[in-house]
Design a protein around this ligand. Structure first.
Ligand SMILES: Nc1ncnc2c1ncn2[C@@H]1O[C@H](COP(=O)(O)OP(=O)(O)OP(=O)(O)O)[C@@H](O)[C@H]1O
Length: 277
């Protein structure tokens, strides 16, 4: 095929769309590797010798009581908080402790905070477009051809998040759940390899929770997804592997059934949760 023919291929993904991501090397191990990580705040160990690995394409749920260190763990992965000791690797090539927040994000680690922060006055479509344009690697090289590719990507993401019919509506009219999906879509625009999702179903209706479960389980495989969630019913509906954090360390790991039967977990977390329910 000639060079000019290759330029007209419909399904071609230009290098600028996935430049760093292909460099994440998972051939010999997990996509995320945390070993012996400790973080102290004024002498208090919010994370204490934490060991955690996430496999490529895995969907992992992280649960644990308030103050267990879940948010701090996400902050370490995204470069917001630096640990006092330990190693954190993305694939086998990228030492995240040597990188800053923007570089970690452009490597393909996306984070969804609990509160949706979509641009309410813009349409659903424009929000997705903006998420792509925010990628500094793309803006200077935009051409009509590439804009077409971005439109295709937006259509694909709209389909994934179930908002195709609402594409031209302002994001401000969306329900809480739809805003959460749109924000996940905004992260997907940049084709992340690892998505960190903080309490995605807080404040959602039952129906929205079901749709979110479908969305997250559908994303797994294509990317790795780490979900921090307090709603045990939701965790049970999506989780294959669950990690229970307690006092900054892993207390238990396994299927939801395995961890629910672990006496230590029942004592510090699930027992109290079920009594409260
Ligand atoms: N910047 C900080 N300075 C001091 N202490 C902090 C700081 N950030 C977190 N902590 C403490 O570290 C511990 C772990 O907090 P973290 O927010 O990571 O827990 P969490 O598991 O996310 O809790 P929650 O479920 O309530 O969100 C808590 O005791 C918290 O008060």
């Amino acid at each position: 095929m000639s060079f000019f023919q290759s330029l007209t291929e419909r399904d071609r993904v230009f290098d600028f769309m996935t430049p760093q991501l292909s460099k994440v090397d998972v051939r010999h191990g997990p996509i995320l590797y945390m070993e012996d990580v400790t973080v102290s705040f004024d002498g208090f160990k919010a994370i204490n010798n934490l060991n955690l690995t996430i496999d490529d394409g895995e969907l992992r749920c992280i649960i644990g009581p308030n103050g267990a260190g879940k948010t701090t763990m996400m902050d370490i992965i995204t470069g917001k908080t630096r640990p006092n000791q330990g190693s954190v690797w993305f694939g086998s090539r990228h030492n995240l402790l040597h990188m800053n927040e923007p570089d970690i994000a452009s490597l393909g680690i996306g984070r969804k905070f609990q509160k949706p922060t979509v641009f309410e006055a813009l349409t659903v479509f424009e929000n997705l477009e903006l998420a792509m344009a925010a990628d500094k690697r793309i803006l200077p090289t935009l051409t009509a051809r590439m804009t077409g590719e971005i439109k295709d990507r937006i259509d694909e993401v709209l389909e994934t998040i179930g908002l195709t019919a609402l594409r031209h509506q302002p994001a401000g009219i969306l329900s809480h759940g739809q805003k959460q999906w749109l924000e996940i879509g905004m992260l997907l625009m940049q084709r992340p390899r690892l998505l960190l999702v903080d309490e995605p179903v807080a404040g959602m209706t039952e129906q929205e929770m079901e749709r979110t479960a479908e969305l997250l389980t559908g994303l797994a495989g294509k990317q790795s997804v780490v979900v921090v969630e307090h709603d045990m019913g939701f965790v049970r509906s999506i989780a294959r592997q669950v990690t229970v954090l307690h006092q900054g360390s892993v207390l238990a790991e396994g299927t939801m059934d395995e961890v629910s039967m672990d006496p230590n977990v029942v004592e510090v977390y699930l027992g109290a949760d079920e009594e409260a329910a």
